[in-house]
Design a protein around this ligand. Structure first.
Ligand code: AP5
Ligand code: MG
Ligand code: ZN
Length: 216
């Protein structure tokens, strides 16, 4: 299974990715997670990425494309992958097409998760992430059993630096300008499936898995 999760900040890409990779036994490639890992490790890439991420802006295409290209060439991507948060610009989508063409493989489906703007802001501002294992929670919509502690590993929950109301509004604006046009791009390629992301987490998971299992 070779697939992409497309959708605005807070649409539920990371949440649904966890379910999909488990169901289809494929690696989860989140460019946002790769940058956050590099920030934590203090690498040059992390330092550069952070200057954009903190402002809600996109990291330049050259940097992102090189990382994804490298990652897709690794052994575990041979039978499939799930891209979360990439591509985000027309340039990135074209670069991905080239990489896949060279690898002689094609995308099966692009899942486009749709959610209303007001709800996106609520989701992002209330999000909490486990510092240890990266599991995602929401203070209201998907709370952990013990406040501020992860159900899966007991790790401390924290807020992402870019999850403020001001930054998320900027991220949504950037999504509308740069990323939303990719919906048409993948519609034209015949791979797009749109999912209503406002339903419960479980319902959205079921609908995505069913769409990925469908032949056409
Ligand atoms: P990235 O980390 O990809 O962030 P994003 O796209 O803004 O998306 P989010 O991770 O905020 O949302 P999500 O859709 O994963 O939602 P989640 O499942 O967590 O990118 C961060 C930054 O990195 C970018 O701004 C940019 O600077 C840089 N970057 C990354 N990729 C790049 C690229 N390709 N090019 C250039 N720059 C790049 O859910 C959100 C919350 O809602 C959670 O609390 C969750 O519990 C809750 N929730 C989820 N689903 C539901 C539901 N159905 N009902 C109720 N609550 C729900
Ligand atoms: Mg995410
Ligand atoms: Zn955890």
């Amino acid at each position: 299974m070779r697939t992409i999760l497309l959708g605005p900040p807070g649409a539920g890409k990371g949440t649904q990715a966890a379910v999909i990779v488990n169901e289809f036994h494929i690696p989860h490639i989140s460019t946002g997670d790769i940058f956050r890992y590099n920030i934590k490790q203090g690498t040059d890439l992390g330092k550069e990425a952070k200057s954009y991420m903190d402002q809600g802006l996109l990291v330049p295409d050259e940097l992102v494309v090189a990382i994804v290209e490298d990652r897709l060439k690794q052994e575990d991507c041979k039978t499939g992958f799930l891209l979360d948060g990439f591509p985000r610009t027309a340039n990135q989508a074209e670069a991905l097409d080239n990489v896949l063409r060279n690898m002689k493989v094609a995308l099966d489906k692009v899942i486009n998760i749709e959610v209303d703007k007001e709800r996106l802001i609520k989701r992002v501002v209330g999000r909490r992430i486990c510092k240890e294992c990266g599991a995602t929670y929401h203070i209201e919509f998907n709370p952990s059993l013990k406040e501020e502690l992860c159900d899966k590993c007991g790790g401390q929950l924290h807020q992402r630096d870019d999850d403020t109301e001001a930054t998320v509004s900027k991220r949504i604006e950037v999504y509308l300008n740069e990323t939303q046009p990719l919906i048409e791009y993948y519609k034209d390629q015949g791979t797009l499936v749109t999912i209503d992301g406002e339903k419960s987490i479980d319902t959205v998971s079921q609908e995505i898995v069913a769409a990925l299992r469908r032949e056409s």
